[in-house]
Design a protein around this ligand. Structure first.
Ligand SMILES: NC(=O)c1ccc[n+]([C@@H]2O[C@H](COP(=O)([O-])OP(=O)(O)OC[C@H]3O[C@@H](n4cnc5c(N)ncnc54)[C@H](OP(=O)(O)O)[C@@H]3O)[C@@H](O)[C@H]2O)c1
Length: 226
């Protein structure tokens, strides 16, 4: 059995990734806030013949993250962790509240750190595991009105690169996937036209989950447009 933990599976890239992994026979622990959309992902994944378990988790809440990780580990050691969920609150810096700054850093950067820290020891003991962090092309540039989001995404690449050093020769690996403008709800209101489908990003994530050699450890994959 291969088990993948995915955050943000209710829609967009997270749902596309969940279903693409299900197509490959991977069981799923779907971490997210309870919703009809999340239940629909569970249904669609189960339809593909895998076990798909929703695990309630508000990613901004460290205690909930810890409980969610424990729940996953009570069932099985995951082989894959896809840190996909993120939030963007668009505003110029002068109008960015501390609450909005913290929310974006907490969900987009702290949650991947906490989830990795919670699951990694068991993955190391198992001698296998892949951690895929979904950054953004905003991990490589600045965007007006998105300073907190950009800072979180640059930070996620720093986390990935440092983790890769710590995973050297361990049999585990981590990569960051940096999509450009993807046709999902997050892009709405951004002023950017969609250039990439969620399915294309999912295919790239699945490649790094299941097929890419360990030599990709520490890799950063930029995706621009078709
Ligand atoms: N769309 C783009 O153009 C684009 C470009 C570059 C990178 N990305 C990255 O791709 C990843 C997926 O984005 P997407 O476009 O698929 O976005 P999306 O459609 O807005 O989906 C975001 C997901 O994150 C979850 N989430 C957000 N805040 C959460 C919280 N506090 N606790 C639990 N779950 C939370 C949402 O769950 P709920 O249903 O509970 O809200 C949803 O499942 C993100 O890391 C994003 O930064 C997207």
């Amino acid at each position: 059995m291969t088990l993948a933990v995915i955050t943000g599976p209710s829609r967009g890239i997270g749902r596309a990734t969940a279903l693409a992994l299900a197509e490959r026979g991977i069981d799923l622990a779907l971490l997210g806030r309870p919703s009809a959309a999340l239940a629909e992902t569970v249904r669609l994944a189960a339809e593909r013949g895998v076990s798909a378990i929703p695990v309630d988790c508000e990613l901004a809440n460290p205690a909930e993250l810890e409980r969610a990780a424990e729940r996953v580990l009570d069932g099985a050691v995951p082989d894959l962790l896809v840190n996909n969920a993120a939030v963007i609150r668009r505003a110029p810096i002068e109008q960015t509240s501390l609450q909005a700054w913290n929310e974006q850093l907490d969900v987009n950067l702290r949650a991947p750190f906490l989830l990795t820290r919670a699951l990694l020891p068991a993955m190391r003991r198992a001698g296998r595991g892949r951690i895929i962090n979904v950054g953004s092309i905003s991990s490589t540039l600045g965007t007006a009105g998105a300073a907190a989001y950009c800072a979180s995404k640059w930070g996620l690449v720093g986390l990935t690169k440092s983790l890769a050093e710590e995973l050297s020769d361990s049999g585990l690996m981590t990569v960051a996937i940096l999509p450009g403008s993807v046709d999902t709800r997050m892009l709405e209101g951004s002023g950017f036209a969609p250039r990439i489908s969620a399915d294309d990003v999912a295919r790239t994530i699945v490649f790094h989950c299941l097929d890419a050699p360990l030599a990709h450890n520490g890799g950063v994959v930029e995706m621009f447009a078709t």
